[in-house]
Design a protein around this ligand. Structure first.
Ligand code: SF4
Length: 462
């Protein structure tokens, strides 16, 4: 899970990239980097650092140039070292090349081992650098041919932005389109970004999403679209609709906030809470829906709407806290993060029956704590509704999920999880319901355009 952005501008491309990276901060918080190029055989400039995007005017002044790419990192490959922060850069026979990658390459280690034997040298342990090495070693004539040749050798999920010394920005999406990439324009400048929220932040006009297997070559002449790879069935990450994407983004032709609202409506139809009402009181007098902020909000709204219940904020996400618990790399940090992340509104919760709606349950650590906090705040009943099916299988395509034996749904059935969380009831949306909400009414009779391997274990072939 990473965020990438590229800007082809008239000048000062790095400032556009920094604004976009701030909007993509939800995609990775371990490290960030920017690479710019001044053009005309002049210099490349780079800045990489740990943590949240933080670029002051002095750094920005050093990142001169009309083309730039950037990256926010969560380490899915190669470990959490600054040397693995991207963009990666290498001097090749085509001149300097920078590359920023969102995804995961499954055969990167095997290629690296082979290439080390034949004399390659690497500056990092990141899988992305393998692509640079394959480009450098390709026997093809031109850079674009070498890039296609290199990508033909890797197996995995990738969305890329690449900066070359002849002032081109190239965007690539793998043939299955696991991770998104969008094209935008501002004042005659072209931009590529993982999610459209980055384009919005910059004030750029959204042009369109890059298609699976498409390469976009941006230069002073505009942009050129190529489809150099064998066509494959789509496998867009379904979990991005549920959890990862920012709700104001458009991803894979779906407005994420609207997707989540529809998911909540289906969840309510499938799994309404069984009411136990005192005489003379309606369900909305006794029960209310509380989202787990932020990614549970859309589904909670849909859930409450269908059941005619009020939506109240029993759980509050503290303003000072911005990092996601799921993508923090150690258990201790995650638990500490969850405690620092949420607080309860006791005035809202005391004496009430609350239906907590969240996007997903991965390890279960956070949810156990949330139920305790809600009960400690005086809630009489705590029901849990989850806007995705049980998450039972790790992701190999670049979303850094825990191994299967750390996923609570791979170790417990739903009743065991309910007891573990100390909840009065627990229900998940069905797989069919999730696909239905995303416009696939005939799933599983008809093939899906989504990867759903973390729920089914059916990993798309590469
Ligand atoms: S396995 Fe899950 S998280 Fe990974 S790409 Fe597929 S849907 Fe997304």
């Amino acid at each position: 899970m990473c965020g990438i952005i590229g800007a082809f501008s008239k000048n000062d491309a790095a400032s556009l990239v920094v604004s976009g990276l701030v909007a993509l901060q939800h995609c990775g918080q371990e490290a960030f980097g920017i690479l710019s190029y001044e053009g005309n055989g002049e210099r490349f400039h780079s800045h990489r650092d740990r943590g949240f995007v933080n670029v002051d005017s002095a750094i920005l002044a050093r990142l001169a140039g009309s083309v730039a790419i950037g990256h926010v990192r969560y380490s899915t490959s190669g470990g959490n070292h600054l040397r693995n922060a991207q963009p990666c850069f290498s001097e090749t026979r085509f001149g300097g090349i920078g590359i920023a990658h969102n995804g995961n390459l499954l055969n990167a280690d095997a290629i690296r081992t082979d290439n080390l034997r034949s004399g390659s040298r690497f500056q990092s342990t990141s899988d992305t650098e393998v692509i640079l090495d394959l480009i450098a070693k390709s026997g093809k004539e031109t850079f674009m041919e070498s890039l296609v040749d290199a990508l033909g050798k890797v197996k995995g999920a990738y969305s890329l932005v690449i900066l070359t010394e002849n002032r081109h920005i190239i965007g690539v999406r793998d043939p299955r389109g696991f991770h998104p990439l969008s094209l935008g324009k501002k004042d005659g400048c072209y931009l590529l970004a993982t999610e459209t929220c980055a384009l919005n932040e910059i004030g750029a006009e959204f042009i369109r999403e890059i298609k699976p297997g498409e390469m976009i070559d941006i230069s002073e002449f505009g942009f050129l679209s190529l489809f150099p790879f064998e066509k494959k069935a789509c496998a867009h990450c379904i979990f991005r609709q549920v959890y990862f994407a920012r709700p104001d983004s458009l991803v894979d032709d779906l407005q994420v906030s609207a997707s989540r609202y529809r998911i909540g409506k289906i969840l309510a139809k499938e799994s309404p809470v069984k009411y136990d009402l005192p005489d003379g009181l309606s369900a909305s007098d006794v029960y209310f829906v509380s989202p787990v902020p932020e990614s549970g909000i859309g589904a909670a709204e849909g859930y409450a709407k269908v059941l005619g219940l009020r939506l109240k904020r029993g759980l509050i996400r503290k303003r000072s806290y911005t990092a996601r618990t799921f993508i923090q790399p150690s258990e201790a940090l995650r638990e500490d993060g969850a405690r620092r992340k949420y607080c309860t509104d006791n005035g809202v919760l005391f004496g009430k029956k609350v239906i907590l709606v969240d996007d997903s349950i991965v390890r279960g650590t956070t949810f156990k704590l949330l139920v305790k906090m809600v009960r400690d705040a005086g809630a009489k009943e705590v029901h849990i509704r989850i806007a995705s099916p049980p998450f039972r299988h790790h992701c190999v395509y670049g979303i850094d999920t825990p191994s299967d034996n750390e996923l609570i749904a791979s170790k417990m059935d739903i009743e065991e999880m309910r007891k573990f969380f100390n909840a009065d009831s627990l229900a998940f949306i069905s797989l069919e319901g999730l696909h239905y909400a995303l416009g696939e009414q005939n799933y599983p009779k008809e093939k899906t355009r989504f990867c759903n391997a973390c729920f089914t274990g059916n990993y798309p072939e590469l």
